[in-house]
Write a protein that binds this ligand. Structure first.
Ligand SMILES: [Fe+2]
Ligand SMILES: [Fe+2]
Length: 352
């Protein structure tokens, strides 16, 4: 399709859209919902097993993270998931709230119980089996909005083969974590067999290009070497200016993630967290306790089961007013922002 040259006034309008973007974005952030009470889950769980809590498609000004809660009865999560399950070109972290069972991820079994975390490698087939006699309930966070926004989201689900893009092509395509991996046969580490890198000896441009050709296979190997399961009982809480924190999923801790990070924050009864703001999205899910948060000068009361969606670069601080420790499950888009160099975190009041 040929593009039609815009008129001068149309160019001017587009230019002014860029100039005004940041101020318009501030208004969008202000309108983005912040507090998602647990009643939403109780209300919407009736009649379905999937409740979206944070997603741009339900009015949140989030661009990276999707967050939801899932419940499913004993057995396979989806009745037709018997062999493969599904896979997607997004990062995903699951936190088990109820039930015990296992997941098959890229052919490997991982057993889980309440309090555990599963970090699913990008484009690895996975399915979940609930071995308990009650519902399995988990909260999950993925980078679906980012992958959809940049046009590279692929979801292949055993139940919907009509939407497969690569899985139907070849059994090798089903085994690979690289979309389109075997469309060109006779490749060796991403390089077609007829090409001899030695022929380009001394060329820096060729060296860079061969690294580019090898990237997908090296990425696939790194994904398969990354950590997957974190047991809740192994969390180690340590002091930071923001309070007690146990890192869970982080590229610096052996997980092959580039976009998302996960941690659990802990506040003793009557104590407060530190205050800070940062250029990445953050979703907090209250695992225990009761209290309130101040987010950009507004107060939000919360209790176990509530969720807070912290808009980009908004100051936030949390206060535990209950007699039990308060814990937050925290998902952020920090690694993505560090990778594109748009990262700034500012510390305010320090945790007590
Ligand atoms: Fe998934
Ligand atoms: Fe934060």
């Amino acid at each position: 399709m040929e593009s039609k040259p815009p008129r001068y006034d149309e160019y001017l309008k587009m230019y002014m859209e860029m100039m005004s973007f940041a101020k318009e974005e501030l208004k969008r952030r202000e309108k983005s919902p912040v507090h998602i009470p647990k009643e939403k889950i109780d209300r919407e769980f009736m009649g379905q097993n999937w409740v979206l809590l944070v997603d741009p498609r339900i009015g949140f000004n989030s661009r990276i993270i999707r967050f939801w809660i899932n419940g499913f009865p004993p057995g396979e999560e989806n009745n037709q998931w018997k062999t493969m399950g599904h896979r997607h070109t997004v990062e995903a972290v699951i936190h088990v709230l109820k039930g015990h069972g296992y997941s098959i991820i890229d052919g490997v079994r991982y057993d889980w119980e309440p309090g555990d975390f599963i970090c699913v490698p990008v484009f690895a087939w996975h399915r979940h089996v609930n071995l308990s006699d009650e519902d399995m309930v988990y909260v999950a966070s993925t980078t679906g909005p980012l992958s959809m926004g940049i046009g590279v989201a692929i979801y292949e689900d055993e139940r919907y083969p009509e939407y497969w893009v690569f899985a139907q092509k070849d059994t090798a395509e089903k085994k690979s974590l690289i979309p389109g991996a075997v469309e060109i046969p006779d490749m060796q580490r991403g390089i077609p067999k007829g090409i001899d890198p030695a022929h380009y000896e001394g060329s820096t441009a060729a060296k860079l290009y061969f690294e580019q050709l090898r990237f997908a296979e090296e990425e696939e190997q790194a994904r398969r070497k990354g950590k997957v399961l974190v047991k809740g009982k192994d969390l180690k809480f340590e002091r930071t200016p923001m309070g007690w924190v146990a890192p869970v999923v982080d590229p610096k801790l052996g997980f092959h993630v580039k976009v998302m990070s996960t941690l659990v924050a802990h506040m003793e009864p009557g104590k407060r967290s530190g205050a800070h703001r940062h250029l990445y999205e953050e979703v907090n899910h209250v695992l225990s306790g009761e209290g309130y948060s101040i987010i950009e000068d507004k107060r939000y009361n919360w209790e176990k089961g509530d969720t807070l969606s912290i808009p980009v670069f908004s100051w936030h601080q949390h206060f535990n007013t209950s007699r039990e420790p308060a814990r937050f499950l925290v998902h952020t888009g920090r690694p993505a922002m560090e990778n594109i160099g748009l990262m700034n975190t500012q510390q305010g009041e320090v945790a007590d």
